[in-house]
Design a protein around this ligand. Structure first.
Ligand code: B12
Length: 317
């Protein structure tokens, strides 16, 4: 086998290993100074200059524009999606929580599984260095996912895969091993602008651009102010943690949705059954218990109460 054939075979096997861990889609990008990544870096720059990050100062970390700063000598990126769609609706009048957070903390779930894939790669290529990135590292994730061909960036700015839709969280294995790249994805939103028109706070200020200062997830998850702005509380409906409106309305999420059977993605009982009374009456200790192994622990107990108090449209039961 020549070295190109060997590289192809290793790349295929690596993707198989990732699929065996429950990831779908999976794809590989090469770190070669792609002009698309340069364009996405320029978009990030413009986004920051416009102040769209709100108080998320950590978004300004210059490392986000330089993948090499996350792993010296990085040559390839394995990008994976983990489907979190569950064919279930919250109870009538329940407060609403973004679907990405219904199950176990996806950061931990993805990290644990991708580390297994990384260890397998190292067993095949002794000198290979690798690193797992999920959400919290300074990686421009959706741009790399697009580059690896696992989906395109929709006008709502979430990554969409033509078979799986957009109900997936993303994970990345950076490595120093040269691997065979997949074709980058092409945008397929066409002239559709449903996500833009249905956003109750007009947070999608132009296609592909989210102003966090207007986005319900930003205010319910990231905003640390004691009171939410009036324009948000007036429009947040029953969304107490995150918001899925721009994805719910997306035509790519209407057909052939596979309900995840992954044990880690199944909803916690309280998450799909939550009332305002519960939110306000649970003690900090009770909240700590609820939020164990959940990505929702980013929302502190006082923030749950603040968010509940901002919700105007629901009866308590
Ligand atoms: C900051 C952040 C937020 C912020 C800001 C949102 C945002 N869109 O930036 C807030 C708190 C609001 C947020 C909300 C949500 N988030 Co968030 N968030 C992130 C984080 C940490 C960084 C995103 C980022 O780089 N923003 C900066 C701006 C510049 O990037 P952008 O909006 O993506 O802009 C890109 C496009 O506009 C594109 N672009 C520009 N012009 C053009 C033109 C064309 C033609 C094309 C195709 C593209 C394009 O280039 C830009 C740069 O890449 C990522 C994890 C990570 N490390 O990347 C998760 C991440 C994006 N979030 C995620 C999730 C699940 C959500 C929510 C769905 C949660 C919820 N249910 O409430 C919402 C969705 C809201 C929305 N519509 O974006 C997932 C998305 C998974 C997916 N399928 O895409 C990620 C990838 C985390 C993960 N590892 O899974 N999030």
């Amino acid at each position: 086998m020549n070295s190109k054939e060997e590289e192809d075979q290793l790349s295929q096997c690596l993707k198989e290993k990732a699929r065996a861990e429950g990831f779908n889609p999976v794809g590989i990008a090469r770190v070669t100074g792609s002009s698309r990544i340069q364009l996405r870096n320029a978009s990030l720059e413009r986004w920051l200059e416009a102040g769209n990050q709100g108080d998320m100062k950590w978004m300004q970390d210059p490392k986000r524009k330089n993948i090499e700063s996350l792993l010296e000598g990085v040559s390839s990126v394995l990008a994976v999606g983990l489907n979190y769609y569950i064919d279930q609706k919250p109870k009538n009048n329940a407060l609403l929580i973004g679907r990405y957070a219904w199950g176990q903390d996806y950061h931990k779930v993805i990290e644990k599984r991708l580390k297994k894939v990384g260890r397998w790669l190292e067993s095949k290529k002794k000198n290979c260095k690798w690193r797992v990135c999920v959400d919290s590292t300074a990686l421009l994730e959706k741009a790399w996912a697009e580059e690896a061909g696992i989906g395109w960036i929709g006008k709502h700015s979430n990554l969409i895969n033509s078979n799986e839709g957009s109900w997936m969280v993303l994970g990345f294995l950076l490595c120093t091993e040269p691997l065979t790249a997949d074709k980058p994805s092409k945008p397929l939103c066409g002239i559709c602008r449903k996500c833009i028109d249905h956003c109750p706070t007009q947070a999608i200020t132009e296609p592909f651009v989210i102003d966090s200062n207007k986005c319900i997830p930003y205010h319910t998850i990231e905003n640390r102010q004691p009171v939410l702005p009036e324009n948000i509380s007036k429009s947040m409906g029953r969304w107490i943690a995150g918001c899925d409106i721009c994805q719910e309305i997306c035509p790519w999420n209407q057909k052939n949705l596979t309900s995840s059977e992954d044990a880690d993605m199944q909803p916690k009982e309280w998450v799909i059954n939550l009332t305002k009374d519960q939110v306000l009456s649970w003690s900090d200790d009770q909240w700590k218990e609820n939020l164990k192994n959940s990505s929702l622990k980013r929302i502190k107990p006082w923030m749950w109460r603040r968010n509940a108090n901002s919700i105007k449209t629901t009866k308590s039961e």
